[in-house]
Design a protein around this ligand. Structure first.
Ligand SMILES: Cc1cc2nc3c(=O)[nH]c(=O)nc-3n(C[C@H](O)[C@H](O)[C@H](O)COP(=O)(O)OP(=O)(O)OC[C@H]3O[C@@H](n4cnc5c(N)ncnc54)[C@H](O)[C@@H]3O)c2cc1C
Length: 295
């Protein structure tokens, strides 16, 4: 089936896009089209007006400064997958990118589009939560940064204002003694996660865990923070036992639903295991090598 007809706008600057979004009646933004185009073709989305942002070259970046890693709204999953900056310094991002969908979708789909879609099975939201990241948006009143914790409301529903465009997502640049990782269970290439866990750990020089960030995928109504596990880890020395306890706490705080891929108790067990593995990898990458939990 083909999409219903719509009016198409193709701005070339962020200012032009923001003015268009404000002046048009309920426009839909098109980025990589990997979620939107199938919905158009199946007529699950029937917008009258589409604003295609693919010609805004200024949104095509993946860069780091003293404060943040910035991922612009036109950075594709493959850009993260192939970035040396990411490979060298952002373990959780490097782990996630090649696990998303399939190569075709990764070539076109954007990180920001995935966050905007707010599918609880999307991976980037969990990584953003683990890293205490922000969603940066531009609207008629200027720019604002929405903490990832405050961005996701419900499946496919966010706190993005109706006249706002997401220009980038960002996470703090790594500090000394930091490591991160992402583990995900999916049935086969091209599938979304059945469960996933993103972890960021920051250690003090003596090996005490100073900050723990854990974001969970596909096991709640949004990407979700495993705050009980984070609190349990902070102030402690890493050990396999501590990571086991944290995995159990993350599982207990998750709210997966049973479906054709597995029942809720199985997914909770997966949260436990995936979180333990991500914690072990993050600790190792931070330079605090610990015995990996059994695979
Ligand atoms: C078969 C399949 C498997 C997939 N598997 C995974 C997976 O394992 N993990 C995962 O994370 N994702 C997965 N995805 C989703 C994929 O990551 C898409 O790329 C992503 O959901 C949407 O990104 P996009 O750039 O294609 O956005 P689009 O499809 O263009 O847009 C998606 C939505 O976001 C809005 N939007 C896009 N950009 C902006 C912006 N800058 N500001 C405001 N709103 C915006 C659009 O209006 C639309 O509502 C999968 C998709 C498919 C079809």
């Amino acid at each position: 089936m083909k999409s219903a007809p719509f009016e198409l706008h193709e701005p070339t600057t962020v200012d032009e896009a923001v003015s268009l979004i404000e002046s048009l009646d309920d426009p839909t933004i098109l980025a990589g089209g990997q979620s939107l185009v199938p919905m158009l073709r199946f007529r699950l989305a029937n917008p009258d007006v589409v604003v295609d942002i693919n010609n805004i070259d200024a949104l095509d970046y993946l860069e780091e400064d003293d404060e943040y890693l910035h991922i612009g709204a036109l950075a594709r999953h493959v850009d993260v997958e192939q970035s040396e900056l990411i490979a060298d310094n952002y373990g959780s991002f490097a782990d996630s990118a090649p696990l998303i969908a399939d190569p075709q979708i990764r070539n076109r789909g954007t990180v920001v589009g995935s966050v905007a879609q707010a599918d609880p099975k999307g991976d980037w939201g969990s990584v953003l939560i683990a890293h205490d990241g922000d969603v940066v948006v531009q609207g008629p009143d200027g720019e604002r940064a929405i903490p990832a914790d405050e961005f996701f409301l419900l499946p496919y529903d966010t706190t993005l204002g109706e006249n706002e465009l997401i220009t980038e997502v960002r996470v703090p640049t790594p500090v000394p003694n930091e490591g991160s990782a992402y583990h995900k269970l999916k049935r086969k290439t091209g599938d979304y996660a059945m469960a996933g866990s993103g972890v960021r750990l920051v250690f003090e020089d003596d090996g005490t865990i100073e900050r723990a960030g854990i974001g969970l995928t596909a096991v709640d109504i949004t990407n979700a923070r495993a705050s009980d596990a984070e609190e349990h880890l902070e102030g402690e020395q890493p050990s396999a036992e501590l990571f086991e306890e944290a995995g159990e706490l993350a599982a207990a705080q998750s709210n997966p639903e049973s479906d054709e891929h597995g029942d809720a108790s199985y997914k909770e067990r997966m949260v436990d295991v995936l979180t333990q593995r991500a914690l072990a990898d993050a600790a190792e990458r931070a330079g605090f090598v610990k015995r990996r939990v059994s695979q």
